[in-house]
Design a protein around this ligand. Sequence first.
Ligand code: KG4
Ligand code: ZN
Length: 413
Amino acid sequence: MNNLWLGIETSCDDTACAVLLETENSAEILSNELYSQIDEHKAWGGVVPELASRAHLEKIVPVVETALQKAKEKAGVELADIGQIAFTRCPGLMGSLLVGANFALGLAKDLEIAAYGIHHLEGHLAAALLNQSLNPPSNGVSLTETPFSPPVFSARRADEGNLNPPNLAVNVNTSPILRPSLEPPFAALIVSGGHTELYLVKDNFEYVSLGRTRDDAAGEAFDKCGKIMGLGYPAGAEISRLASGGDPHFYEFPRALQFSSLRAENATRNRKADEFLETMANLHKEEFSFSGLKTAVSRYISEHGEKFVQENMPNICASLQEAIVDILSQKAVTAAEKAGVGSLVLGGGVSANARLRELLQERCDKKGLRLIYPQKELCTDNGAMIAYAAILRKRKGKLEREVKVKSWNPLAE
Ligand code: KG4
Ligand code: ZN
């Protein structure tokens, strides 16, 4: 069937596969399976590339088989019905990407269908466009007339407070009719473990970079600061969970490349110096920097002692989270405004963060911007987002049979 897609994602530490039924304006997720390698990597405090490739090799067949089985149970479709395959070809860990790409290309050859390599970050963007109905615009205007009943999800690590045990291939979807996508141009903020990117997304999949991190990604900041605080790996969802019971202004962690923060840190009260700092901050307005947070957290712990930190963990997590989401939301809204667009799309693993969504919504509302983000279960890596990115490209006549695997490949120059 020409409208049946298999989406495969293996760019990092998740082996994921989804079956999507392309509909006139959107897509229906028939299955969305995932094997999370968190347990394999936990002991090392981060992803070990060689272990990741081996786990992908071991799990790709069972994950794909389960996705197909679930799609069969739901819609009666078979492997032979798959019309095309989309897989992540960049960016990511080379060994991990190669497992997914080779599997996809081999299967496509066997089925005599096409396989399309997709950019992972475009997948994160597509995830937000896959289902806008859970996030109606704050002015109450519905995007479409399509009747909608919320899907029932069993989520994994992205979902705060609704965690399945990791390391299981879990069903992350049974979804009804999904809604059509927002049309470009719009601004996009992609925040994940490996990326923090601000784009202007123009029609026909042209991307203009509006800003990016100069060092650590936002998710990396959560994970590395969490590691310093002894919170395990990955720490984003755990920090967010702990932060919900804490005071975000308990301690003001530094906001890098932000004028008010630069001034507060330097406390010059000198007009010339302030002017200089303002110029510097303006120069880097849409650039992020999160690497200093690791030093700030380490210093905070050594100054206050382990006992104090343990006793105040929710407050410290809330303060750290606030520092990250404050700067993300402030710069994203400024960039969207400057780009002259009416909508901001949020995507990537960190977009599961409830406080980031809340603060962005607040700031978008103030500027009359519409905010669109993925349903929680589609924030972190999954196969559905890859298949949907291919569907969106196909609609614009921009789907190419690019299969070259690359560990890094910018979406925008
Ligand atoms: O998109 P993703 O699954 O993988 C990459 O492409 O990197 O993102 C994973 C990142 C991790 O850094 C993880 O800590 C972070 O997303 N993350 C969160 C939350 N859930 C996942 N960060 C903050 N709050 C969350 N609720
Ligand atoms: Zn990702």
